[in-house]
Design a protein around this ligand. Structure first.
Ligand SMILES: C[S@@+](CC[C@H](N)C(=O)[O-])C[C@H]1O[C@@H](n2cnc3c(N)ncnc32)[C@H](O)[C@@H]1O
Length: 324
């Protein structure tokens, strides 16, 4: 039996700075590991937990039922955050949290082929009601498209060779299991180039999973929506697990923290852009050695947090110039 241990809990709690009456949205509820800590602090507030996997959502419901009506579980994708909050009657909320990616449940117990070490059905859908699975991708996409996915979402330098080996293998028999795919990848990468610290199939599995679940494409809009939905002085915290995600978080935060973009010699601002947030984490916060030792999956976690500016704090270039 595995246990999903929430990551960077103390830091997340420090940055979210939860008040007892807050309304908090956990966009990636998982098994409710972080939310358990949030709800302990939300003694007069509410927690809306969004999760796209119904199996894991049911586990969270069980774990968090003692918090009664303060916990509102929602089976959906966080890309629908705006509609979800509107339907529930919330215009704005105080805190929003994302802990991206998959849970330990998916790797260890879901039997959906997330692990390259297990012989399972090659599915990889976080929401099994979605129509495209990893099996569809590896058996039907053309070689060029496969290589592109493996490169774009896995940054795997042998992407073209792996795509070629996949296409050759499926001419013989369909690729239906995770172990079959993992063996193909191992054959495609010359042994002398196998990475030292990770399994040779790690990057390709990551790439296919990201593609199947549309993980990267939805993130930017969801983050921008989240910031719009925050009350002034509300906070958003995001834990990401690979560089593609972290780049998006960093760039969206950087963009929203930027005010006027008019050329410096303009006497007045004509772009009308205002700073929407203040970034609270200049550099991403990482797990310390103790956490990595106790929970190796925290090794690649990066936490970034930002605070929504109140209208009074929003500044245009114009006011800055006047002050200057
Ligand atoms: C890293 S786990 C979160 C673990 C959780 N913080 C805990 O401590 O139990 C990420 C969870 O988010 C869910 N998830 C990922 N992307 C999602 C999305 N776009 N919408 C809703 N849920 C998502 C996954 O199914 C997974 O259960």
């Amino acid at each position: 039996m595995y246990a999903h241990t929430p990551i960077l809990v103390d830091k997340v709690l420090e940055y979210l700075d939860i008040k007892e009456t807050d309304t908090l949205v956990d966009c990636t509820l998982g098994e409710g590991g972080h939310s358990y800590h949030f709800l302990q602090r939300l003694t007069k507030g509410k927690l809306i937990g969004i999760e796209q996997d119904e199996v894991i959502l049911n586990r969270a419901k069980e774990r968090l039922k003692k918090f009664g009506e303060r916990f509102i579980p929602i089976h959906s994708n966080f890309s629908n955050i705006k509609e979800i909050l509107t339907d529930l009657g919330f215009k704005r909320v105080n805190k929003i949290f994302f802990d991206l990616g998959v849970s330990m449940f998916h790797i260890k117990e879901s039997k959906r082929g997330f692990s390259f070490l297990k012989n399972e059905d090659l599915d990889m859908r976080l929401d099994p009601s979605k129509n495209i699975s990893a099996k569809d991708v590896v058996n039907n996409f053309d070689e060029k498209k496969l290589a592109k996915i493996i490169w774009a979402y896995g940054e795997e330098r042998f992407s073209s060779r792996i795509a070629h080996f996949i296409v050759e293998e499926r001419k013989i028999k369909p690729i239906t299991t995770s172990l079959q795919l993992s063996d193909i990848i191992k054959r495609a990468i010359p042994k002398k180039f196998w990475p030292k610290r990770i399994h040779p199939a790690t990057k390709t599995f990551q790439a296919i999973r990201i593609f199947v679940n549309d993980e990267i494409e939805i993130l930017e809009n969801a983050l921008r929506d989240a910031v719009k939905l925050l009350e002034p002085e509300g906070r958003v915290c995001v834990i990401s697990f690979h560089s593609l995600e972290d780049r998006i978080v960093k760039s969206v935060f950087g963009d929203l923290a930027k005010g006027c973009i008019c050329p410096p010699d303009f006497p007045v601002c004509i772009c009308g852009r205002k700073k929407e947030i203040k970034v609270l984490t200049r550099k991403p916060v990482l797990s310390d050695e103790k956490e990595v030792r106790e929970n190796p999956s925290s090794r690649s976690a990066k936490l970034r947090c930002a605070e929504k500016l109140s209208d009074a704090q929003e500044q245009t270039n114009f006011s800055e110039k006047v002050i200057a």
